[in-house]
Ligand binder design. Structure first.
Ligand code: PMP
Length: 360
């Protein structure tokens, strides 16, 4: 048994989960074991949805494993990476005892999942440095040990901070917490960054896991396809905890189409374009008197502080542009997060904020 399996809740040892009609490996040509309809719904052209899907569609698992440089046995597909976060927290943390560490300001689902599980939230604020918002690695390690964290979420690139966590820092945390915690590197925005994926570390450090998604660079947010890459033994446990049939057939078909060689080539071109637009928007924002700070970004958004964030937010809104108001997030009382759009949309953002300067 690998060490990471020791991190799973003791009361789940031997838990078999729901045994679905697709669990047993049976064969036949007349399938009458799942109470499905005998005929397809007229709205289901081609009839692909009459039967329950494979719990983990093999073709999709293979495609995602190839995409992310992992083995199929290390892959869990779920309803967005949100589901994987929740599965990890539920499977590893005993309510009232174990902790979940994260680094605010950061993506909110780590806190939500911890709260729902009754796990302790251990918050280690990002440091606001000349290089941007970065995790305090020594503080993360110390707080994880002191707070009995079972899970440490490192968001890389971080949302909304924007910076990647260098792999050397991931290794430091994983090494210090070996046998104590799983270090989950959330790479939802990894396609937009230069830092290589932490998947490359997993052969050496079994307590590293990686989250990826088709919701961002791949443009399939509505398909809800998220991937957890982790130790194969841990993935087997999580598959038993996961709800039956979590990947709807139309979604896996869409994901497979979206991962064809042709689609991937176009996605790669668009990532290059977004990275160019990122520089352009950052440069333009940095010129504006209404902007007090533009943060470095390795993602498809730019975080900026404003002298009057309310005025900027309202001006953008009046121009029909909705950006993310970050003012309720810790340390970000004057900040907005602007997702990079098409060049025309980014032009509109810039023009609107330039006009704000003229009237300020
Ligand atoms: N991680 C991060 C850092 C995110 O910003 C998001 C979505 N905003 C997610 C995970 C969840 O993505 P999804 O569930 O669509 O895969």
């Amino acid at each position: 048994m690998s060490d990471v399996l020791n991190l799973v809740r003791a009361d789940l040892a031997g838990f078999g989960g729901y045994s679905s009609a697709r669990t047993a490996k049976l064969s036949g040509d007349v399938w009458l074991n799942a109470n499905e309809a005998a005929w397809a719904n007229p709205g289901d052209e081609g009839g692909s949805c009459r039967r329950y899907p494979e719990p983990q569609p093999a073709a999709l698992v293979t495609a995602l494993a190839e995409l992310y440089g992992a083995q199929a046995s290390q892959v869990l597909v779920g309803r967005g990476s949100d589901e994987a976060i929740d599965l990890l927290v539920r499977s590893l943390c005993e309510p009232g005892r174990d902790g979940v560490l994260f680094t605010p300001p950061v993506f909110g689902m780590y806190a939500v999942s911890a709260r729902l599980q009754g796990a302790k939230a251990i918050e280690v604020p990002l440091l606001d440095t000349d290089d941007g918002l970065v995790p305090d690695i020594e503080a993360v390690i110390a707080a994880a040990i002191a707070g009995k964290a079972k899970l440490v979420f490192l968001c890389s690139p971080s949302n909304p901070g924007g910076k990647s966590v260098p792999l050397a820092d991931v290794v430091r945390v994983a090494t210090a917490l070996a046998g104590r915690a799983l270090v989950v590197v959330d790479e939802a925005y990894g396609e937009f960054a230069d830092e290589p994926s932490a998947v490359s570390l997993m052969g050496q450090y079994a307590n590293i896991a990686v989250l990826r998604t088709l919701s961002k660079a791949h443009g399939l947010a509505a398909a809800r396809i998220g991937t957890l890459i982790a130790d194969a033994g841990l993935i087997a446990v999580l598959r038993r905890v996961q709800a039956p049939y979590p990947v709807p057939t139309p979604c896996s078909a869409l994901a497979l189409a979206g991962l064809s060689a042709q689609a991937r080539a176009l996605t790669a071109q668009r990532v290059v374009q977004i990275r160019d637009e990122r520089v352009r928007l950052q440069d333009a924002l940095a010129q504006l008197a209404v902007v007090s700070r533009v943060y470095p970004s390795d993602a498809n958004f730019v975080l900026a502080r404003f002298h009057d964030a309310e005025a900027a937010f309202q001006a953008l809104l009046a121009a029909g542009i909705v950006v993310r108001d970050q003012r309720a997030a810790p340390q970000l009382g004057d900040a907005l997060r602007i997702t990079l759009g098409t060049p025309e949309q980014n032009d509109r953002v810039i023009a609107t904020l330039c006009a704000l300067k003229a009237t300020a």
